[in-house]
Write a protein that binds this ligand. Structure first.
Ligand code: UDP
Ligand code: MG
Length: 350
């Protein structure tokens, strides 16, 4: 495709993609997203790629693309911040009126932009992808994901749709609301549901990864699940009183039994049952303390109000940098660009 030597005045679409060790699939990603965005918006789109501290050559590859295509904005985070914060950094930089979020591994087909856009234009603010099938994912991953969404639904008041990811199309007013939320433990798909307006599902089949392997091992999936539950529900805190009532009742029943056998002249055998009871009670108390700890720790970390992400460099094509409006102007600096747009993160000269 022949690229223009100048940027058109207005940007209608911003595509935001977090990238962590995705070097092998980047060229294919950029080609497919560019084609999809071009088909719908001509030249009026931008493409924000956030490098989340990749250990492979992803950043170099992104820079090479950004140096040739004025529509690519390359953002380099100072280290690995995790998927949700990398996405947050990207969303903080959008200039378009419609925002398209997808993963870098081509599991979410960029070609769905057209049909999703059609749905958005029927008067919706969010069109979220809902997976009907997941190709190339293990039965364990599918099973745990299904369990997670069902468990979450039983605990939260906000309706968080099942089997969704961050693949979605949103209007600017939704993203503005999202950017105004200062919380650190971000479960973005839940926050979007919380924001409201008109939202609708777009069923699609999730492809297998184009290259590489998942960056969401079980450990990270569990962390995301705990983030989701603690940010949207205080139900686990109530477990303490429920468990207290349950064990109190059990104690009362067994006391009646013991009393009965004592009156009948017998005694209940002691050591083993006592030891079992002490262990059970001890572990239940520690479990409840642990749940309290999860909430307390999060409050402690939120209380520090540290920036959500730290950017080491924002790189734009010189043409794009020159044509930006004054309040978001980037200055060309040695070895990179310094972004002066005011946002949540700290920006350091690259
Ligand atoms: N990702 C990221 N930082 C991380 C882990 C993942 O930016 O610490 C990106 C990754 O490059 C991809 C998206 O988040 O674009 C989703 O990750 P992945 O495909 O590994 O997750 P899965 O689809 O297996 O749940
Ligand atoms: Mg993936």
């Amino acid at each position: 495709m022949q690229l223009p030597h100048h940027l058109p005045g207005s940007i209608e679409l911003s595509v935001v993609i977090p990238v962590y060790n995705e070097e092998a699939g980047l060229d294919a990603l950029i080609e497919r997203v560019t084609a999809a965005a071009h088909a719908q918006f001509g030249e009026r789109y931008e493409f924000i790629l956030v490098n989340d501290g990749s250990k492979d050559g992803s950043w170099n590859a992104i820079c090479q693309h950004a140096d040739h295509d004025p529509r690519i904005v390359a953002i380099n985070l100072s280290r690995n911040h995790g998927h949700q914060l990398a996405l947050t950094a990207g969303l903080n930089h959008v200039r378009g009126e419609i925002i398209f979020v997808l993963d870098a591994d081509l599991q979410d087909p960029p070609e769905l932009l057209g049909p999703m856009l059609e749905q958005l234009r029927q008067g919706y603010d969010v069109v979220y992808g809902q997976r009907t099938k997941r190709h190339g994912e293990t039965a364990f991953k599918r099973g745990t994901a299904a369990l997670f969404y069902r468990g979450l639904a039983s605990m939260v008041d906000t309706h968080i749709p099942r089997d969704t990811g961050d693949f979605r199309l949103m209007t600017r007013r939704v993203v503005d609301q999202l950017n105004a939320m200062p919380e650190r433990y971000r479960f973005i798909r839940g926050l979007v549901s919380y924001i409201g307006f008109n939202q609708t599902a777009f069923p699609y089949e999730r492809d297998a990864r184009y290259a590489g392997e998942t960056n969401y091992p079980l450990r990270k999936m569990l962390a995301l699940a705990v983030d989701a539950v603690t940010s949207f529900s205080v139900v686990p805190l109530r477990f303490a009183s429920h468990l207290g009532m349950l064990f109190g009742l059990a104690g009362l029943v067994s006391l009646v039994g013991i009393l009965w056998s004592w009156l009948a002249g017998g005694t209940v055998q002691g050591w083993a049952s006592l030891a079992a009871l002490t262990l059970i009670m001890g572990s239940v108390q520690l479990l409840v303390l642990g749940v309290f700890g999860e909430y307390l720790g999060r409050m402690y970390m939120e209380g520090k109000s540290r920036p959500l992400f730290i950017i080491s460099e924002v790189r734009r094509h010189p043409i794009a940098a020159n044509e930006e409006p004054a309040e978001t102007a980037s200055h060309v600096a040695e070895g990179g660009m310094i972004d002066t747009k005011v946002g949540e993160g700290i920006r350091v000269a690259g």
